[in-house]
Design a protein around this ligand. Sequence first.
Ligand code: ZN
Length: 139
Amino acid sequence: MINKVDHIGVAVKSLEQSLPFYTDVLQLELAGVENVESQKVRVAFIKVGETKIELLEPTDQESPVAKFIEKRGEGIHHVALGVESIEDRIKEISEKGIFMIHDTPKTGAGNALVAFMHPKSTGSVLFELCEKKEGEGHE
Ligand code: ZN
């Protein structure tokens, strides 16, 4: 059902300042950069085998990521679990008493469907459910 850790989200103040550590020091591949309007972030995906690191740079002070950095500084922000049939997973998890931040999936980076669980329900880990639609070519 949950088939892998799809990516790990890391909050950064600046992609430009953070990227060289990943691409030059660790010599990982930058898979792409995109704006995610709904979260007011600019996102860079770095490939680590099958998994990715998602660097999140806030583009607005109202971004949830900006608030995160303000409170806790830069660092690990969320863990994204790759799933199939995200709507069924949300229903299942909710029925077990876990509070979802999103009851219905949102479109996130890479055109994936995403939904976050509330950290109060998960031992303070912000988990994202993430379903890839890539390669389908239709909605
Ligand atoms: Zn993510």
